[in-house]
Write a protein that binds this ligand. Structure first.
Ligand code: PMP
Length: 399
C-alpha cells in the first residue's frame, strides 16, 4: 500500500497528493486500477451476498479432476472464452488457481518428474516477464531451474527444457511464438496469455496450445480476487496441476470463484443481450479498449514531442472479436532511451521526475529500457504525462 497517496490529515492541502512534486509516482507494478471506472458504472449489478452458511466446504465437485473448482466458475470461464474467441475450450480441461502465478508453478511441477540427472531448463525470450526467474528459482527445486533467454538457449542450450511464451508479451506488448526450435520431444511449452484480451490486442485466432494460463487480474481487472485459470489439453497434466494446488493451498477460495463467475457472467450478458452499436460504451472490452487507445495516443504525443525515449511500433492486425483492423494497446509502456547505450533509464526517471518504473535489467535486457505501467488510475496517468513532458534530456539534469 502506498501510504503517501492517502489524503492529508489536516485537510489544508486541497491538491491531490498524487500531484505534489515530492510524491513518488509508483508505476512499477501492473495494478489494474484503470478498469475501476467501468465497474463503478455497473453499480450494484455485480454485487453478491454470501451468507455465513454458504460455501463452507473444501469440496466443489469430486467428479471433476479439479475437484475444488466451482462448477459456476468453470461454466463462466468457458462462456467468456466463447464470447471473446481468444482460446479453444471445447474438449479442454480447466484448472482454477490462486492467480495465474500459482498456475505457472503448478505447470512447472506438472511438466517435470523427479529423478532426472539435471533440473529441466526453464527459458523465455528476453525481454521476459520479470517474475519468471524469481518464481522458477524461489524454492531451489531439483525439478527445474531458470535458464534465461530462450534465444540464447536456442543457440547454445542442450537437454530438456520448458519455454514460457508470454503473448502479448509483458513488458514490450508484442505477440509472440515459441523461439526454441527443432528439439523433438525435449521441449514443453507454457503459454501465458494474461494479456490476450481485446482491450490490449487484436484477437488474431483462438489460441490452442497445450497449457494456456489466463488471469482475472488482467482480463477484467480484479487482481485482488487472486483468480487465474489454465486451459489444458492433456488429462494427466491437468491432474498434476490440480494436485500441486491441492498440496499448496488445498484448493482456491470459493468466495473468489463465485464472485469471478458473477462478474464474467455480467460481462458476457452484455455481449449476448445488447449487440446494438450505440450501447457499446456499456460493453466491457469496447469501453476499456477506448481508454487504452486514448492513453496510448496521449503517451505517443508526449514521447514524440520530447524525443528522449522511443516506444515500440505495433502493426495493425485483423481482430476476430471486433471484426476490424486494430492496433495493440499494451498495458505497459516499454520505453527505450534514445541518447546513450549505457544510460540507466529507471534511475533517471526516479531521480529527475520521481517516477518509479522497472528497469530493463529485470526483464533480461539493457538498463536503457524501463517499463511503466499504463494500468494506473486517470489521475496518476495524467500526472505521469505531465512529469514526462518536462524531461528534455537523459544525460543532463536540464529537465
Ligand atoms: N503473467 C503475466 C505476464 C503477468 O503480467 C502477471 C501479472 N503481473 C501474471 C502472470 C500474474 O498474474 P496473477 O497472479 O495476478 O494472475
Amino acid at each position: 500500500i502506498n501510504k503517501s497517496s492517502l489524503p492529508s490529515a489536516n485537510g489544508n492541502d486541497t491538491r491531490s497528493p498524487t500531484c505534489s512534486p515530492d510524491h513518488v509516482l509508483n508505476l512499477e507494478q501492473g495494478d489494474p486500477a484503470v478498469f475501476e471506472s467501468y465497474w463503478r458504472k455497473m453499480g450494484d449489478r455485480c454485487t453478491m451476498v454470501i451468507s455465513g452458511s454458504q460455501l463452507m466446504s473444501y469440496i466443489s465437485d469430486f467428479t471433476n479432476i479439479c475437484w475444488f473448482m466451482e462448477p459456476e466458475f468453470e461454466e463462466a470461464v468457458r462462456r467468456l472464452h466463447r464470447v471473446v474467441g481468444n482460446a479453444v475450450v471445447d474438449d479442454r480441461y480447466i484448472v482454477v488457481g490462486t492467480g495465474s502465478t500459482q498456475l505457472y508453478q503448478a505447470a512447472l511441477y506438472a511438466l517435470t518428474s523427479p529423478g532426472g540427472p539435471e533440473p529441466v531448463s526453464v527459458v523465455s525470450a528476453a525481454p521476459y516477464y520479470s517474475s519468471y526467474p524469481d518464481e522458477t528459482d524461489y524454492l531451489c527445486s531439483r525439478l527445474y531451474k531458470w535458464a534465461g533467454d530462450a534465444y540464447e538457449f536456442d543457440k547454445n542450450g542442450t537437454g530438456p527444457y520448458i519455454e514460457v511464451v508470454n503473448s502479448p508479451n509483458n513488458p514490450d506488448g508484442t505477440l509472440r511464438e515459441a523461439v526454441v526450435k527443432n528439439r523433438g520431444d525435449e521441449g514443453k511449452l507454457i503459454h501465458d496469455l494474461a494479456y490476450y484480451w481485446p482491450q490490449y490486442t487484436p484477437i488474431i485466432r483462438p489460441a490452442d496450445h497445450d497449457i494456456m494460463t489466463f488471469t482475472f487480474s488482467k482480463s477484467t481487472g480484479h487482481a485482488g480476487s487472486r483468480i487465474g485459470w489454465a486451459v489444458v489439453k492433456d488429462k494427466e497434466i491437468a491432474r498434476k496441476m490440480s494436485k500441486f494446488i491441492e498440496m499448496c493451498t488445498l484448493g482456491v477460495s470459493k468466495d473468489s470463484q463465485q464472485r469471478a463467475a458473477k462478474i464474467m457472467g455480467l460481462l458476457c450478458d452484455g455481449y449476448q443481450n445488447c449487440k446494438s452499436a450505440n450501447k457499446s460504451d456499456d460493453l466491457f472490452f469496447e469501453h476499456t479498449r477506448q481508454i487504452m487507445a486514448e492513453r496510448w495516443e496521449r503517451l505517443r504525443q508526449v514521447v514524440e514531442r520530447n524525443q528522449v525515449f522511443s516506444l515500440p511500433k505495433y502493426p495493425k492486425q485483423y481482430c476476430l472479436f471486433s471484426g476490424e483492423l486494430i492496433e495493440p494497446y499494451p498495458g505497459f509502456a516499454w520505453l527505450e532511451a534514445k541518447e546513450e547505450e549505457e544510460i540507466d533509464s529507471q534511475k533517471v526517471l526516479r531521480g529527475s521526475i520521481k517516477v518509479q518504473g522497472r528497469t530493463g535489467r529485470r526483464f533480461g535486457v539493457a538498463e536503457k529500457y524501463v517499463r511503466i505501467s499504463l494500468l494506473c488510475n486517470e489521475e496518476e496517468f495524467k500526472e505521469f504525462l505531465e512529469r514526462l513532458s518536462t524531461i528534455k534530456s537523459m544525460t543532463s539534469n536540464g529537465h
